[in-house]
Design a binder for this molecule. Structure first.
Ligand code: SF4
Ligand code: MG
Length: 332
């Protein structure tokens, strides 16, 4: 599978009254064509900021991409002017947010919003756009008639509204779709339906998806690969199998221990004690050191190098890294 998007060494910070928050600190990952990559982590770990950076939606000021590249079809999105980013946004890369109401205009009918979206990016007539809008509604599982297109967002249920948002994200046939907590606001049954819809759409259109979520249940259902983020860094990447069956990073293990498992009755949920580090002054070494039961001297001092565990499986942790001793010696 070829790569469609490459994020390399991305750094993003925000200037606040309290100082500079380093929200994303050297994030790198690839997105392959037709896959779903899940970016998981607790709130504040930088996953949404990473997604917004790809979309060129970091408000500047106070935010700023301070370093790194976002490569998409030969251009570095991190260096593009807003005018050029606008052309890519929606047409090549589209984004779905958690709350469907923020993406929909409450004062316009669904039909108008879909048709306008289509016309904005494609040179086709209004009647053709209308036909396409109906098609899109069907693609996302809303049996639609012209009368349905004349309805306003509030006339649809929450789950239906999220389907419409997905339709809006798909009208221009993007190659990449970024979904930030797309099911968090929905109840569990509807959540499952929306995740099914993602898989279905991916099969039909071949779109590559970046799914941002804190919910490992969601990840287990749809992700091909997973990047685990902690305190502004990716600490482990792997296939779904790697992460769920052979997690290596103590943080990943902690995350997995803190979700209910249907296959293990009476399994105890163990929340990870402590809290993430202050991103105003992140520690020089491993960001997980204060919460890690395996922490060693080197962890405090040096950020762990990347270790390869499998074809797609990478971890940043000193625990099983032979270079740890050497690294510590060089620090003394
Ligand atoms: Fe724990 Fe050290 Fe690994 Fe960080 S590098 S997760 S502190 S063992
Ligand atoms: Mg978020």
């Amino acid at each position: 599978m070829g790569k469609i998007l490459e994020v390399k060494g991305l750094h993003v910070s925000f200037t606040t009254f309290g100082g500079e928050v380093q929200a994303v600190r050297g994030v790198s990952f690839d997105l392959y064509k037709g896959e779903t990559l899940a970016i998981v982590g607790e709130s504040g770990c930088g996953k949404s900021v990473t997604a917004k950076s790809i979309m060129g939606l970091i408000p500047n000021p106070p935010g700023k991409i301070t370093d790194g590249k976002i490569l998409f079809k030969g251009s570095n999105l991190a260096a593009l002017k807003d005018k050029d980013l606008r052309k890519i946004r929606g047409a090549d890369i589209s984004m779905i947010f958690q709350d469907p109401m923020t993406a929909l205009n409450p004062t316009l009918t669904i039909g108008t919003q879909l048709v306008e979206g289509i016309i904005q990016h494609q040179k086709i007539s209004r009647s053709e756009a209308q036909k396409k809008a109906l098609e899109m509604m069907r693609l996302v599982g809303i049996p639609s008639t012209e009368s349905r297109l004349k309805q306003y967002p509030h006339q649809f249920s929450g789950g239906m509204r999220q389907r419409i948002v997905i339709a809006l994200a798909l009208v221009c046939e993007p190659e990449v779709m970024i979904a930030d907590e797309p099911t968090t606001a929905l109840d569990v049954t509807i959540q499952a339906q929306i995740l099914d819809l993602f898989r279905d759409i991916q099969k039909k259109t071949g779109v590559s998806i970046i799914l941002i979520t804190h919910d490992l249940g969601v990840v287990a259902q749809v992700a091909d690969r997973i990047a685990v983020m902690y305190a502004g860094k990716v600490v482990e990447t792997g296939t779904r199998r790697d992460i769920f069956y052979k997690p290596q990073h103590p943080y990943t293990k902690g995350l997995l221990n803190s979700v209910p498992r249907l296959d293990l009755e009476n399994a105890e949920l163990i929340p990870i004690a402590g809290s993430p580090p202050d991103l105003f002054a992140p520690p020089p070494g491993c960001p997980f050191v204060a919460r890690c039961q395996y922490a060693m001297e080197v962890c405090d001092k040096v950020y762990p190098l990347k270790t390869k565990y499998g074809k797609e499986h990478h971890v940043n942790c000193w625990l099983q890294d032979e270079r740890a001793k050497q690294m510590l010696a060089s620090q003394r």
